[in-house]
Every structure is written in C-alpha cells, then in structure tokens.
Design a protein. Structure first.
Ligand code: IMP
Length: 245
C-alpha cells in the first residue's frame, strides 16, 4: 500500500450491517480508520451470489475495491458468515441470511426473512433432533494494492463450535445469537440424559454446557473474544500488523 497509509491505516469494511461493523471495530481497536461503503455513496445492497462463504466475501470486497480503492488509497475487506448445523447437513450455511426466505417463510413485504423468521424455521427444523451441534464460520476477504501495483487478495477464517438450543435466550447480538450456545474452552460436555445428580448441572459438581449462555446473553466483549468473527478479525489484524505497517 501507499506510504500515505502508514500511521492510521485506512480500511473499508464492505458491509451495511451495523452489528458487524460494531463487532469488527471493537476487535480491531485503535490504529485503523474504519470506513464503510456508505462513506463513498455506495448504499445499494452489495451482491453476494456465490455458493461459498469464500466466494461471497471476495465478491463483496471486490465490488467495493473496484469502485473506490483500486488506486491503492485503501484496503478493503468483507465478511461472509454462515451457521452450519450438523443435523441439517451443514444448512443453512452460505444461505443463512436467506434461510426463511428460501423456504417461502419470509414475513417481509418483499418476501425477505427477518432474524426471527430464520430462527423460528431453524428451531422447527430441529424439533426432535438428537444432535444439535452447530458452528459459525466467518470468512474475511481482504484486498489491497500490492507493491507490484496489482490487487492482492487474502482470506482469513474464524469458527466457533456450539449447539442450537430449543428456545430463545438473550437480547444482545443479532441473527442466530439467541439460539446459539458456543462451546467455551475448558467447559465440560453436557451430561447424558439420566445422569444422576442435582438438576442444575447433572451432578458433576461443575458448570456444564446446559447452563452456558447464548451469544445473545453475553456482553459484546465476551462474544467478540470467542466468536467466529472475532477470531477471523484477529487473523486479519495480525496479517495487517505483520505485513503492512
Ligand atoms: P452474512 O451473509 O455474512 O451477512 O450473514 C448471514 C446471516 O448469518 C446473517 O443474516 C445473520 O442472520 C447470520 N449471522 C451472521 N453473523 C452472525 C453472528 O455473529 N451471530 C448470529 N448470526 C449471525
């Protein structure tokens, strides 16, 4: 990148999602000037028509890079995220935003689905499922103009394993956060049904995953510290520190 970028690095995050913007700017911290497409008059929905997270992240980053950053003044990155549920063969995955809409269950006038529509359909599709394991996966695509003057593209991934509970808990976060309980490192497995012991934790005398918080019950700091997006952004930040500044 240009020498002019040394100091506070100018980055464009190719998103119109304010929740993602808040999370990413909290994890990146100081040292970056974080801009969005709206700062450049790009207010339309950025197309994401690929069938992989990697493809969509690249598509969104390229869309913005080509329009406003090809001169090398800014690096551009985009995130694409999917919830992959084992019992559903990895669905909704790359279709996570459009899960209810794809099933004709979007309640918006244009047929689009709300977070609630998506969560309701997910819980219905998991009724009776013994395996409720799931993971979030985020892919970040970064594009910057390299020393050769050509665009260079990099991908960073973050994931978090967890499970889908059968109720909604918490009011923080967004999307599937109220139904997703992340696995927290060091936390024991959920007890098998029929284990003896007190009702709260299956009698193991320690905290178990059935007591654990959903992402929507956690503070933003806690979610960012363990989440798919937080991990992907940390990788992005390490790359920028080691390679750019
Ligand atoms: P996108 O295509 O990356 O914008 O995200 C796909 C969908 O996944 C979003 O519409 C949200 O419903 C969901 N999603 C993305 N990130 C998160 C998250 O951190 N928590 C919960 N749901 C999320």
């Amino acid at each position: 990148m240009d020498e002019t970028d040394i100091g506070e690095m100018k980055l464009i995050f190719a998103t119109n999602n304010r929740h993602k913007l808040e999370e990413v700017s909290a994890v990146l911290g100081e040292g970056y000037e974080l801009l969005t497409p709206a700062d450049f008059g790009i207010t339309e929905d950025i197309p994401e028509t690929c069938d992989t997270l990697e493809g969509n992240a690249l598509q969104k980053a390229r869309y913005v890079f080509d329009r406003v950053a090809a001169d090398g003044r800014f690096a551009v990155f985009a995130d694409d995220t999917g919830l992959e549920v084992a019992a559903l063969g990895g669905a909704p995955g790359v279709r996570s935003a459009r899960y209810a809409a794809d099933a004709g269950e979007g309640s918006r006038p244009d047929g689009g689905g709300t977070f609630d529509d998506n969560n309701r359909l997910l819980l219905r599709n998991l009724e009776g499922a013994a395996d409720r394991s799931a993971r979030f996966r985020t892919v970040i695509a970064l594009i910057l103009r390299g020393d050769s003057g050509r665009p260079e593209e990099y991908l960073f991934e973050g994931r978090v394993e967890g499970r889908i509970i059968d109720e909604y808990r918490g009011s923080g976060g967004f999307g599937y956060d109220p139904v997703f309980v992340p696995e927290v490192p060091g936390m024991p497995e959920m007890p098998d049904e029929g284990d003896e012991g007190d009702e709260r934790n299956g009698g193991r005398g320690d905290e178990t995953r059935c007591d654990a918080e959903t992402f929507a019950e956690m503070s933003a700091e806690r979610k960012n510290a363990i989440s798919h997006r937080g991990r992907a952004v940390e990788r992005l930040a390490n790359f920028l520190k080691n390679n750019i500044v």
